[in-house]
Structures are given as structure tokens and as C-alpha cells.
Design a binder for this molecule. Structure first.
Ligand code: CDP
Length: 209
């Protein structure tokens, strides 16, 4: 059986948590597509000694290994910013396209989360969900994650980082972040994790029937 669940939305809205829970519930595979851009971004920074060179970034994107995706520095704010810079480069997106499309149509079902899954990678996905939350709530959630390794980090810093990234992601010419016309909008601002997950699971169940 092929069945794709496309979960998109801005930074720290809850996509990852919801995607993992949906994948577990239905036995689907899960791909965090942000990790592809994060891995490309940090490698491009390393190779360019702090400067991202578009042609090099595209080459690196086309040659990512599992080791690159397993790096433990991919969740840092710096990796997030680097990701959104390389993600605006058409050749980087092109290099990552086929891998994601193939993953989405694998046997047994797949959940992919990102920014352009419902619009570009899988326009025919069986279920599309666009997850949002207020800027402040997203900043608090991401701060709680990052402060464990960066105790001096403030919510204000995280908020401005998220806003900069959202702006870049929504304004780029190629595959900008936006809800697909037929996506279910899920605002998690006032929802617990369980409530958000249960809404997503219901949407998948309804389509599986
Ligand atoms: O976890 P968070 O929502 O903060 O970010 P992420 O999903 O790991 O994505 C990091 C960055 O990669 C985003 O800010 C986007 O610039 C880019 N990205 C993208 O352009 N397209 C995707 N399908 C996934 C991520």
C-alpha cells in the first residue's frame, strides 16, 4: 500500500512531534525533510569556512550520507539558519527532490514533514496537514528544547531567529512555505501534544476508510 501524509508548517509549530506520532500509530515510515536541508547547510558552511557557496551546497545536497543526517549538531539555531539559506537555492532543492518523492511513495506508507511536501514534493498526498501556532508559543517551545544545551539563550533570541527563518522560507521564489489549497489547517497554539496528535490521527483515519 502507498499512502503519503504530508505535514508542513513554520518552525517549531509541532510538525515533528505530530509526524512521529502519526507514523508510529499507523506503522508508516517517517522522514524529517528539514534534516536534509540542515545537513546540507552545516556541511556547506564547513566547506566554505562560514560562507555558503551555491554550487558547492547543491553538490553536497546530492551526496548526503546517513552519517551526515545523524550528526548531533543539526538541531542548533545555527544549523536552522544555514538550512533556510541553502533551502532557498533552486539547485539544492532539485538535488533533494527525487529522494523525497521516492520516500513518499514507498510501500507501507510514509509521513514527511517540511515546508513544501503538500505543495511540491507530494501534491497528490492522501493527507495534507499544515501545522501552525502563534510566534510566541513556537518560540517558547523551541526555547525549551534549545536551552538544555545553551543555558544563556533567551526566548527573545529564539523568537527573532524563528521569524527570520519563517520570512526567508515564505518569501523565497522556489517552493515557498505555504499551505496547499487542500490542506487541513491545524493550529496548535492552545492544544496539548495529545490533542494535536489526535486531530492528525483522525484526519488519517478518515482517509484510510
Ligand atoms: O524543526 P524546524 O521546523 O525548526 O525546522 P526544519 O523542519 O528542520 O527545517 C529547517 C529549514 O529547512 C527550514 O527553515 C527551511 O528553510 C528548510 N526546509 C525547507 O525549505 N523545505 C523542507 N521541506 C524542509 C525544511
Amino acid at each position: 500500500m502507498q499512502f503519503t501524509v504530508a505535514i508542513d508548517g513554520p518552525a517549531a509549530a509541532g510538525k515533528g512531534t505530530i509526524s512521529k506520532a502519526v507514523a508510529l500509530q499507523f506503522g508508516f515510515a517517517y522522514l524529517d525533510t528539514g534534516s536534509l536541508y540542515r545537513a546540507t547547510g552545516v556541511k556547506a558552511l564547513e566547506v566554505g569556512r562560514g560562507v555558503i557557496e551555491p554550487a558547492i551546497a547543491a553538490r553536497l545536497a546530492g551526496a548526503l550520507s546517513q552519517t551526515d543526517l545523524d550528526r548531533d549538531d543539526l538541531r542548533t539555531a545555527m544549523a536552522g539558519q544555514a538550512a533556510s539559506k541553502v533551502a532557498a537555492l533552486p539547485d539544492v532543492r532539485a538535488a533533494l527532490l527525487q529522494f523525497q518523492k521516492t520516500y513518499a511513495r514507498r510501500e507501507g506508507g510514509a509521513v514527511l514533514d517540511g515546508r513544501d511536501i503538500g505543495t511540491v514534493i507530494c501534491p497528490n498526498a492522501e493527507v495534507k496537514i499544515y501545522v501552525t501556532a502563534s510566534d510566541e508559543v513556537r518560540a517558547m517551545r523551541r526555547h525549551a528544547e534549545l536551552v538544555q544545551t545553551k543555558p544563556k539563550l533567551t526566548v527573545t533570541q529564539v523568537l527573532s531567529d524563528l521569524r527570520a527563518r519563517d520570512e526567508r522560507d515564505a518569501a523565497r521564489d522556489v517552493s515557498p512555505m505555504k499551505p496547499a489549497d487542500d490542506a487541513l489547517l491545524l493550529d496548535t497554539t492552545d492544544l496539548s501534544i495529545d490533542e494535536a496528535v489526535s486531530n492528525a490521527i483522525k484526519a488519517v483515519q478518515a482517509r484510510l476508510k
